[in-house]
Write a new protein. Sequence first.
Lengths: 310, 256
Amino acid sequence: MLALEIENLQKTYASGLQALKGIDLEVEQGDFFALLGPNGAGKSTCIGIISGLVNKTAGSVRIFGHSIDQEFTFAKSLLGSVPQEFNFNTFEPVEEIIINQAGYYGVPARIARPETERYLKQLGLWQHRRSQARRLSGGMKRRLMIARALVHQPQLLILDEPTAGVDIELRRTMWDFLDQINANGTTIILTTHYLEEAERMCRNVAIIDEGNIIQNSSMASLLQQLNSETFILYLREELQHAPQLASFDNVTRLDQHSIEVEVPESLSINDLIGELEAQNIVVERMRNKVNRLEELFFKMTAKNDTAGLA
Amino acid sequence: MLGQFWIAYLTITRKEIKRFTRIWVQTIIPPVVMVALYFIIFGNLIGQRIGQMDGMSYIDFLMPGLVMMSIITNSYANVVSSFYGAKYSRHIEEMQVAPVPNLVILLGFVTGGVARGLGVGIAVTLVSLLFTDFSMHSPLVVLLVALLTSSLFAMAGLINAIFANSFDDISIVPTFVLTPLTYLGGIFYSIKLLPEIWQQVSLGNPILYMVNSFRYGFRGASDIDLSTALLVILSFNALLFVVSLILLERGIGTRQ
């Protein structure tokens, strides 16, 4: 069954900006789906329309088969959303924000209270339940919005940059939490600028750019399109110039002790190390410049340059 | 489905009432102090020199109008500040993402405004007992007019908040429209004192109908026929209800 079905979705703002140019998108029930794109690509507009915060110009959206136009009450009951920006009353206590949200979904406080306690404990906010939301740190506010989105037990959860500004340790904790939510049957759609996050968590991915879906596939098949990877190599001896390597065209000297090399799919790391050793250059350690999805993403969304795609 | 909407309505209402009771020093006390000063200055000090107005002492004449003024300003202020605050800090989105019909959002905010208007009205009435004897010609008329007037100005506050783009915008209407209309709405004088032409002009002020019907409820005397006044108030309620609902449905000022 499809958790989300979007057909020919269009949005033109009053300013004339065409944010969505007729996108089609399907997300299967139980999926962990990444919706990626550069700033201004149309991701938040798309999420805003699904959530009911933005009026669409044309097209249709169905959540588990229910139209957001004709069956908006039922369709919305199935949806939970975590927006990019904080959108709660910062003067209200944490617990009250979540119980009120449940109330908007028709969940009485006596039922919402134990659910609120469960999520606040799981997300490490229980001891702050009586604090005004404005006293929470940025990471806590993000977790508060996740708890708020889950309190009515949605079947589809949309997360718009849920880990923005969150430190790496906390981000990993949130990943584990979301993995668990997904494993329990909740379909999740994630937008993020941390492509490592999308690569680690999502099974399917769509990339949106300038209001169009330019890629929609499984994460695995997308990553297979990557025809080169860029590595940064840290060298034992100082280098005055970038070395000339017969098999590798793109070699850049970053500083005296490091170089950047693009390794095409046809060659291996051993080939690279071998050529460097032939010139008495010793590699002490190396790392990917960016993660694989990030590398692909840059290539796909780079303006006037899609030559890197296989 | 109706049960779900009922819970949503109760949630919005409870939240709205909590909002103004939590900051009661800012919301309840100032209008009570202001009206007490009106009673002291206009009722006691100046009123004694004015003598009778419409067949009653000036302070008795003044009292219903001052209570009505408190109801009008507070029901308006509650919704305009709460709804604009929700728009400004974007927590209006909490309701928009949920399956809450716009009618329920409207009723929830209006109930909050009515609660504050009536709460302050009751507090001001209690203060008035320090200056004048309590008498009520028709409790039903008092209650009906208080409810209809507070709901009318709660909706007016909501419309103001929908169109407001800054905090300045939510003070312009109360300062330049509401206050003059209230002061010229027969709180401090009977329109029979005015020249004929100004009496006719005053009839174009909707607040005149509310103040006079409210005064009728307390004192049994009014410049305006009660049924005409109630019809005017009901008509404005119906008009603002339709306008508010259309604005919310279209997402004007609240949705992109």
